[in-house]
Every structure is written in C-alpha cells, then in structure tokens.
Design a protein around this ligand. Structure first.
Ligand code: ATP
Ligand code: MG
Length: 141
C-alpha cells in the first residue's frame, strides 16, 4: 500500500495525473471517502493523465459521465446507489470489460461489485483543512 500526503487540490490532481499516465485498458479505480474528500479532484487529474482536457465534474445526477482520451473513461458516482437494481440501472456491468477505464466515486456503496483486481484509493482529511491522505492499493504511483 502507498500513502500520499496532498497539501492542496493541485497536488491531488498532479498525483491523479501520474496515475492516469500509467493506466491500462480495463483499469477499475475505486474511490472511497466522504463528501469533499477530493474524489472528483483526483478524477480530474486521472483524466488529465489520459489526455482528457474537458471539464470533469461529479456525475451525481447523471450517475455516469463518459470522456474520450488515450482511453475512454467512465466516471461513476454511486452516492445515490442503494441496491443491486440501482447499480444495474447505471449500466455499471455493461461498462466492465469494454476496455475503458472505470473511475467510481462512493465505492463504499457498491463494495460487493468492485472487481478483486481494482485499484482502491481511500481519501481522508489530514491534520489541516487542505491536507488529504490518499491510501492506494493495487498500484504504485
Ligand atoms: N488536498 C486537497 N485535495 C483535494 N481537494 C482539496 C484539498 N484541499 C482542499 N480541497 C477541497 O476539497 C474539495 C474536494 O472536492 P471534490 O468535489 O473533489 O470532493 P468529492 O470527494 O468528489 O466530494 P463528493 O462526494 O461531494 O463528490 C474541494 O472544494 C477542494 O477545493
Ligand atoms: Mg465528487
């Protein structure tokens, strides 16, 4: 496991960018951590590392946003997903194995559906307001 201490949104994005540059087709990135933890900021960085310049925002209402870069990115927000039926209706299972990269906010809500080989990143607040600790399993950034 790798722990990274970020001291600003820009550092979180830069860390995400390095990760994005390393990703392979079919990578699944499961993000954990409550509101404001920095999941979308990290996703913005990952997308940038994949050559995606367009604005990345939380897909809270759409549930999934799609971006085209070196690889296609499917960005999910599982905040409102409470059941397997909900999960099926996001199309989650249809996107697995398409060769795209899946980035999943609120993975806590769908833990049973996260593939074993996923990259898991837990984000939590550090000692000061702008510090975030990123704990990464399944990858070395
Ligand atoms: N080191 C940091 N890394 C990332 N974000 C930070 C950091 N320090 C402060 N912030 C602030 O925390 C907030 C993170 O917002 P972001 O939308 O990325 O969170 P989120 O985890 O996606 O939340 P939500 O669950 O509501 O979607 C932003 O307002 C950002 O400016
Ligand atoms: Mg978000």
């Amino acid at each position: 496991m790798q722990e990274y201490l970020s001291k600003s949104p820009a550092e979180t994005e830069a860390f995400g960018k390095k990760l994005g540059e390393k990703l392979n087709p079919g990578s699944v990135i499961a993000l954990y951590g409550g509101m404001g933890a920095g999941k979308t900021a990290l996703t913005r960085g990952i997308a940038s590392g994949l050559g995606i310049a367009q604005g990345v925002s939380s897909p809270t209402f759409a549930l999934v946003h799609e971006y085209e870069g070196r690889l296609t990115v499917y960005h999910f927000d599982m905040y409102r997903v409470e059941s397997w039926d909900d999960l099926y209706s996001t199309g989650f299972f249809d996107y697995l194995d398409t060769g795209g990269v899946m980035i999943i906010e609120w993975s806590e809500n769908i833990e049973g559906a996260i593939p074993d080989n996923a990259i898991r990143i837990h984000l939590r607040q550090g000692e000061t307001e702008n510090e975030r600790i990123l704990s990464c399993e399944g990858v070395n950034v």
